[in-house]
Design a protein around this ligand. Structure first.
Ligand SMILES: [Zn+2]
Length: 388
C-alpha cells in the first residue's frame, strides 16, 4: 500500500512540475489565522467559533456526531436542523445532520462559518476532507487527502484559508527514510501542490497552524514528536525558516506572538512578524517561563492574551495529582487546575472563555468545562452531559 502511495505522490509531483512554474508552486494570496488550542495529540475533537464550541461525540455504535455548546446559553445540543429527526445519544441515524461517520481524531476545525473534519470515505477507502455548515444543514466533501491503510496509525494536520487548504500527514512509518510533505489543495482549480518537503528517518510534518502569510509546523526525525523542530513556511517568499529545536508544543497568540516550549528548558515568546532568520530569532526570543521539576514538558495553549500550560511529565513524581493546567503570568504559574482532583479529567481545548474537558468520574463519562475569567481557570467543572 505504501509503495503505491509513493508512486502516486511522485506522479503527482512530476505532473505538477510540468504544469507550474520553476519551483512548481503557484502564488496564492493568503490572509488567515488558525490556531487550534487543543491539548493532546497536538489537536483535539473540539472546534471553536465566535459563538460556541463544536464537540465531536460518539454514539453507541462508535460513529461520530457533532454537538454544540453555546457560549451564551451554556447549553449543549446535537447539531441537527431536521425537526423530525430521531437523533438520540443512543442511536443517531445516518441521515441525521449531526452524523459525520468515522472521523479522524483531532481533525475538527472551524473556519469562516463552517466546521471542517477528515473522515474515512467508504466509497473510495480514502481519508477525505469534509465541511458542514455551522447549523449542520449543509454537508460537502472537499477533496481526498490520501489513503488510510490503518486508521489508528495516521494523523492529518491541516489549516483552511479562503483560497486553499494546507495539509500534511504523519503516518507513523517504520524505521526507514521517508519524505514528509507540506501540501496544499487549491479550491479554484482542485490542484494539489507540494510546497515543502524533506526526507529523514521516520520524517513527519505535523501540528500545522497559520497566521497571515505564514504556515507554522513541527518537523520530526525518528518519531521524536516531543523534541521536534519548529518551522515557519513563508508563503510569499516560498521558503522555510527553522525557529527552534527540542520543541514539545507551541501556540500562536492573537496579538501575533508565537510561544514555544523547549522541553526541559522553558517557554519562549517571539513576535511572528520579524521575518525570522536564525540570528534574529535568538535576539528576539524572550523566555517567559523556566521549567522546574514539575514542568519539564507538556502542552501550551493560548487564549486571548494569556498562556496555559499542561504539564505532562514531572521529575519528582510526588503523586498523580501533580498533573495540572496552569496559567502563566509574569514568568510564573498563578493558578492551577488539577486533573486528578476528584474525578479524572482529560483537558481537550482552551477556548476564549472556557476550558473544555472530558471527565471520567463516578457518574460516568461526560463533557464539561471550566470557566476562564480574567485569564484564571475556575475550579468548578460544569457538566455538559455529552456522552463521548
Ligand atoms: Zn438529527
Amino acid at each position: 500500500m505504501k509503495k503505491i502511495n509513493i508512486i502516486l505522490a511522485l506522479l503527482t509531483i512530476s505532473l505538477m512540475l510540468a504544469a507550474c512554474g520553476k519551483n512548481g508552486v503557484e502564488a496564492v494570496n493568503i490572509n488567515s489565522y488558525s490556531n487550534k488550542n487543543g491539548f493532546l495529540n497536538f489537536s483535539s475533537d473540539v472546534a471553536e467559533s465566535p459563538e460556541g464550541y463544536y464537540v465531536l461525540s460518539k454514539d453507541l455504535r462508535n460513529g461520530n456526531f457533532l454537538t454544540y455548546i453555546d457560549k451564551e446559553k451554556d447549553k449543549s445540543t446535537i447539531l441537527c436542523s431536521k425537526i423530525n429527526c430521531a437523533h438520540t445519544f443512543e442511536k443517531v441515524p445516518d441521515d441525521c445532520d449531526a452524523y459525520l461517520g468515522t472521523v479522524l481524531q483531532g481533525s475538527l476545525n472551524y473556519y469562516n462559518g463552517y466546521i471542517y473534519y477528515i473522515a474515512y470515505n467508504k466509497d473510495n477507502y480514502k481519508c477525505s476532507l469534509y465541511k458542514v455548515s455551522f447549523d449542520g444543514s449543509e454537508h460537502e466533501k472537499i477533496f481526498d487527502l490520501g489513503t488510510a491503510p490503518d486508521m489508528s496509525n495516521i494523523y492529518y494536520s491541516y489549516v483552511v484559508t479562503d483560497s486553499c487548504v494546507f495539509y500534511s500527514a504523519a503516518i507513523g512509518v517504520s524505521g526507514e527514510k521517508n519524505a514528509a510533505k507540506l501540501n496544499r489543495y487549491i479550491f479554484d482549480n482542485s490542484k494539489i501542490e507540494t510546497v515543502y518537503n524533506y526526507e529523514g528517518d521516520k520524517a513527519e510534518i505535523f501540528d500545522l497552524k497559520m497566521c497571515k502569510d505564514k504556515v507554522f509546523f513541527r518537523q520530526s526525525v525518528g518519531n521524536e514528536r516531543l523534541k521536534s523542530e519548529l518551522y515557519e513556511w513563508d508563503i510569499a517568499g516560498q521558503r522555510a525558516n527553522k525557529i527552534a529545536e527540542g520543541i514539545c508544543s507551541y501556540t500562536l497568540k492573537a496579538d501575533e506572538k508565537l510561544a514555544y516550549w523547549k522541553a526541559f528548558d522553558g517557554i519562549y515568546e517571539i513576535p511572528m512578524t520579524t521575518g525570522n532568520t536564525a540570528e534574529n530569532i535568538v535576539e528576539n526570543e524572550e523566555k517567559i517561563f523556566t521549567c522546574d521539576e514539575d514542568t519539564m514538558l507538556g502542552f501550551i495553549a493560548s487564549s486571548n492574551s494569556d498562556y496555559y500550560l499542561y504539564n505532562m511529565i514531572n521529575t519528582s513524581y510526588k503523586k498523580d495529582t501533580d498533573i495540572y493546567i496552569g496559567n502563566i503570568k509574569e514568568g510564573r504559574i498563578i493558578t492551577k487546575l488539577y486533573v486528578n482532583k476528584e474525578d479524572y479529567m482529560m483537558p481537550l481545548y482552551v477556548g476564549s472563555d472556557k476550558l473544555i474537558v472530558d471527565v471520567y468520574g463516578k457518574d460516568g463519562r461526560y463533557c464539561g468545562y471550566s470557566e476562564i475569567d480574567n485569564g484564571q481557570l475556575s475550579d468548578e467543572i460544569i457538566n455538559m452531559g455529552i456522552i463521548r
